[in-house]
Design a protein. Structure first.
Length: 271
C-alpha cells in the first residue's frame, strides 16, 4: 500500500549507500559535497534542517560512473543529461524509483519527481585566470537558462511568479544550452597544474578551485550509518565555502531551510 514518507532522509541515505558501494567496488572517487560534507564534519551525518544529499566527482570518474551505474535498471537509477534526453536537469542524479512526489506539478523526468542524490561534477579549469573567468561567466549564464527551463509550478508561490516562470520556460525551450555546455567544457585546455571547479554551479560555488590532490587524498567516515569518503583537505574547502563552518547558521536561516525541506511531499510506491 502506498504511504506518505515521513523520514525522507532514510530513503536518501539508501540511495547514497548504493552509490558509495558501487564506487568503492569500481575504484571511483565519490566524495560528500557542500552541505553534506559540512554535515559529515560538524554533525556526523545529515544537518538536521538540511533537505538533500550532494556528492562530487571529477569529470573522469563521473564518466565512468555514468557508464557503469547507468546500465543498472533496478530500484536506484541514474538520470543524467548524457544518457536520457527526457531528463531536464543539468546535473546527474541517482533516484529512488520507489518514491514519488505527490504535491508538485512536475514535467516528465524532473529531478524532484523522486527522492534523489545529486552529483556535482568538477571539471578541469583553464590555466590562465582570464580564461577561467570567461568560462565561469558563460557556464553561469547557461546554467541559469537550464534552471529556468526546468522550473515547475509551485503550490503556494504567487500566481504571477508561476505564470512568469512558465512563460520564460516556454520561450527558452528551443535554446540548446546543454549542447553549448558540453562544447564549452570540451574546448578547455588545461595547464600543467591541474585544478578543478564545479563549473555547473552558480557563483560563488563555481569559484571554489581544488587541486587534483583534493580527490586523491581521502578518508572513510560514518555518515548516518553509511560509509562515505571525504577529502582530507576538507578544512580549506569548507572554510572557503562557509567561513566559520563549525558554527551553525542563525535561526532564521535554519527556518528557511526547514521550509524548503518540507516543500515536497513524497510517498512510497511499491514497484
Amino acid at each position: 500500500m502506498d504511504s506518505v514518507i515521513e523520514d525522507q532522509n532514510e530513503y536518501r541515505l539508501g540511495i547514497l549507500r548504493e552509490m558509495m558501494q558501487f564506487c568503492e567496488e569500481n575504484g571511483i572517487t565519490c566524495l560528500l559535497a557542500w552541505g553534506s560534507l559540512l554535515g559529515a564534519v560538524r554533525e556526523g551525518g545529515i544537518i538536521p534542517w538540511d533537505y538533500d544529499i550532494d556528492v562530487m566527482m571529477t569529470r573522469e570518474d563521473y564518466d565512468r560512473f555514468v557508464e557503469g551505474f547507468g546500465s543498472k535498471n533496478g530500484r536506484y537509477q541514474l538520470w543524467a543529461p548524457e544518457t536520457n534526453r527526457k531528463y531536464k536537469g543539468k546535473l546527474g542524479i541517482v533516484v529512488d524509483t520507489y518514491t514519488e512526489c505527490i504535491n508538485l506539478k512536475l514535467p516528465e523526468c524532473n529531478p524532484l519527481e523522486h527522492l534523489f542524490v545529486e552529483i556535482y561534477v568538477f571539471d578541469v579549469l583553464p590555466s590562465r585566470e582570464e580564461d577561467r573567468e570567461a568560462l565561469l561567466n558563460k557556464m553561469c549564464k547557461l546554467s541559469t537558462i537550464n534552471r529556468i527551463k526546468t522550473s515547475y509550478w509551485t503550490p503556494g508561490s504567487p500566481l504571477v511568479k508561476n505564470i512568469a516562470m512558465l512563460a520564460l520556460r516556454t520561450l527558452l525551450s528551443p535554446f540548446p544550452e546543454r549542447e553549448m555546455i558540453k562544447k564549452t567544457l570540451e574546448a578547455v585546455e588545461p595547464g600543467s597544474v591541474i585544478e578543478y571547479a564545479s563549473t555547473y554551479n552558480g557563483r560563488p560555488y563555481c569559484e571554489k578551485y581544488v587541486s587534483a590532490g583534493f580527490f586523491q587524498s581521502t578518508e572513510l567516515v560514518d555518515f548516518d550509518g553509511v560509509m562515505c569518503r571525504i577529502p582530507n583537505d576538507y578544512h580549506r574547502f569548507l572554510t572557503d565555502t562557509y567561513g566559520d563552518y563549525m558554527t551553525p547558521p542563525p535561526l532564521e536561516d535554519r527556518e528557511r531551510a526547514e521550509l524548503l525541506k518540507d516543500s515536497c511531499v513524497y510517498r512510497y510506491v511499491q514497484r
